[in-house]
Design a protein around this ligand. Structure first.
Ligand SMILES: Nc1nc2c(c(=O)[nH]1)N=C([C@H](O)[C@@H](O)CO)CN2
Length: 123
């Protein structure tokens, strides 16, 4: 099953970083998400309840990310991937988490992960 929902450039503002100066400010991070989901039932019925609601999912990612502080972008990336898999029953996802303010001489830094399995329907 190759259907995907994309959420690109979803930003959050949160306490993130390993240095003292980072513990008292909020920094902007960006999520790029690719979510495996079969869109056919929703498309056939034109029914939001039969698909992965990207609004609901985005709101949850924002709420989770902004309600906690972390040192590493790795930690937040892993926790958000876990949340999406468990709460939204997404069998496979990729997640890129960018921290563009991290390095003065780099445009961006990011971690990229893939989690889960791509289940092919048995026929
Ligand atoms: N692999 C990582 N390296 C670094 C991280 C990180 O989250 N993962 N974080 C920092 C600092 O917080 C940095 O963003 C401040 O500029 C350094 N290295």
């Amino acid at each position: 099953m190759s259907d995907r929902i994309f959420i690109e450039g979803l930003w959050v503002e949160t306490v993130i970083g390993v240095y003292d100066w980072e513990r008292s400010i909020k920094q902007r991070l960006f999520f790029d998400l690719v979510l495996a989901t079969d869109i056919r039932p929703a498309a056939a019925a034109d029914d939001i309840d039969k698909t992965l609601n990207y609004k609901t999912l985005s709101d949850r990612v924002i709420e989770f990310s902004e309600s906690k502080s972390h040192q590493l972008i790795e930690t937040l990336a892993e926790q958000v991937a876990e949340l999406i898999q468990t709460e939204f029953k997404v069998s496979w996802l990729s997640l890129k988490l960018s921290k563009p303010g991290a390095l003065p001489r780099a445009k961006n830094v990011a971690v990229y992960i893939e989690r889960g399995n791509l289940r092919e329907p048995t026929t």
